[in-house]
Design a protein around this ligand. Structure first.
Ligand code: NDP
Length: 448
């Protein structure tokens, strides 16, 4: 699809030619460039000074071998990545993903998105992302530890509390962050806030675990209220059963909604009585088993193999919180047909471009990931602040900051959309508001 501006279209063509076979990265760049059409018309200096050409090229890509020994004594070799995309407004910040699907294109797409998301939080953090094609599923704690230590043995050379501060993402939770942080501390002989999402006994922030899911609901609540609706009494479907999905379920329920379905990468459960979140947490976090176990203890619930059909369950609000491109055009049409009036992205880029177009065309309120799931990284930035101050805030203090950040973020995205003639389009609004701050900093630096 052509972008309606010759210069931006040329940038897109160069991105595709320079980064072949990386469709997720192309998808993320195309969405942002499409939103920038009215911006380059109003502010030609961004084109003249090469800001956009620089923005689509990572400042640095680090790619490395990660050898480790499994429980059978056999040497395994994975690949590690860190994409330091943009540091115009602060140290690189973004999670690490451990999943077999990880390759350079996925990390680039996530790192690119992170630039705008981090800018939108209003906090001084640049954009980066990293990870590995290592699959923690089915590995022993010892194997995960040896992998994480090997991963950090290389990564530590490139990160630091004022340079690049990684965090968790898919497959990287409290256990992995502990092993990574412990090894960094040992290698550098320093105790600094080099990672976020840390445990509470060694520098973690209260409310960081909950932040992405809670933040998603705070953002959605602002969007709903702006349109005379609310979570109260709504039926909600949430994909995933990891960190984001779990705390989205908890907060949506606290706001008076009934969550009737959740999933993992094998299938989904539908519970007409409302999901029992304590049971989900026990199965997924404590026992590390499959979500199919849920129906063994809940006779009214049903399990369906395959996670994509979760969107066939009628709901008022859909919160995709698993992975990229998990909700396609056909799923969007089903949601619309079933009367869904709001979709908010908890995962990164979970809706395909066809799905986003269909939802927006049908008047469904749509909250893009860049804005809606920014609560996680915002709270990571709050963790960095507490680490720098050698101080801790209470859960309530952090949660209060988070609520304010998500409210401001909604209004900034909404206002930017209106200012550039696209009122109500939060995709465009989030891209534009996130872009302007980074672009102005880049302009101030000259060509660097
Ligand atoms: P987790 O690893 O905790 O959970 C991921 C969930 O999604 C699991 O239920 C997993 O199932 C499922 N899943 C993973 N891959 C696939 C797939 N290919 N198909 C179907 N289901 C899948 O990750 P998070 O909750 O942290 O992250 C979820 C999403 O949210 C990601 O897109 C991430 O980038 C994004 N995000 C996360 C933030 C955070 O703070 N954690 C911040 C901002 C965005 P299974 O258990 O079977 O693996």
């Amino acid at each position: 699809m052509m972008i309606q501006d010759a210069y931006l279209n040329g940038v897109m063509e160069r991105v595709i030619a320079r980064n072949p076979a990386e469709p997720e990265f192309h998808q993320a760049v195309r969405e942002v460039l499409t939103s920038l059409v009215p911006v380059v018309a109003a502010r030609p200096e961004y084109v003249r000074e090469g800001v956009i050409d620089c923005l689509v090229e990572p400042e640095r890509i680090i790619k490395f071998r990660v050898p480790w020994v499994d429980d059978q004594g056999i040497v395994q070799v994975n690949r590690g990545f860190r994409v330091q995309f943009n540091s115009a407004i602060g140290p690189y910040k973004g999670g690490l993903r451990f999943h077999p699907s990880v390759y350079e294109g996925i990390i680039k797409f996530l790192g690119f998105e992170q630039i705008f998301k981090n800018s939108l939080t209003g906090l001084p953090i640049g954009g980066g992302k990293g990870g590995s094609d290592f699959d923690p599923k089915g590995k022993s704690d010892g194997e995960v530890m040896r992998f994480c230590q090997s991963f950090m043995t290389e990564l530590f050379k490139y990160i630091g509390p004022d340079t690049d501060v990684p965090a968790g993402d898919i497959g990287v939770g409290a256990r992995e962050i502990g092993y990574l942080f412990g090894h960094y501390k040992r290698l550098r002989n320093e105790f600094t806030g080099v990672l976020t999402g840390k445990g509470l006994t060694y520098g973690g922030s209260l409310a960081r675990t909950e932040a992405t899911g809670y933040g998603l609901c705070y953002f959605t609540d602002n969007m709903l209220r702006d349109h005379g609706r609310s979570f109260e009494g709504a039926t909600v479907v949430i994909s995933g059963s990891g960190n984001v999905a779990t705390y989205a379920c908890q907060k949506a329920t606290a706001f008076g909604a009934k969550v009737v379905a959740m999933s993992d990468s094998n299938g989904y459960v539908y519970d007409p009585n409302g999901i029992d979140l304590a049971l989900i947490k026990r199965i997924k976090e404590v026992e590390r088993k499959r979500i199919s176990e849920y129906v063994k203890e809940k006779s009214a619930a049903q399990y369906h193999e395959g996670c994509r059909d979760i969107w066939q369950i009628p709901c008022d609000i859909a919160l995709p919180c698993a992975t990229q491109n998990e909700l396609d055009g056909a799923a969007a049409m089903t949601l619309i047909k079933n009367g869904c009036y709001a979709v908010a992205e908890g995962a990164n880029m979970p809706c395909t471009p066809e799905a986003v177009s269909a939802l927006q065309a049908a008047g469904v309120l749509f909250a893009p990931a860049k804005a809606a799931n920014a609560g996680g990284v915002a709270t990571s930035a709050l963790e960095m602040s507490q680490n720098s101050m050698r101080f801790y805030w209470t859960f309530e203090e952090v949660d209060e900051h988070l609520q304010r950040i998500m409210r401001d973020l909604y209004h900034n995205a909404s206002q930017a959309a209106a200012q550039y003639g696209m009122a109500g389009d939060l995709v465009a609004g989030a891209n534009i508001a996130g872009f302007l701050k980074v672009a102005d900093a880049m302009l101030a630096y000259g060509v660097v």
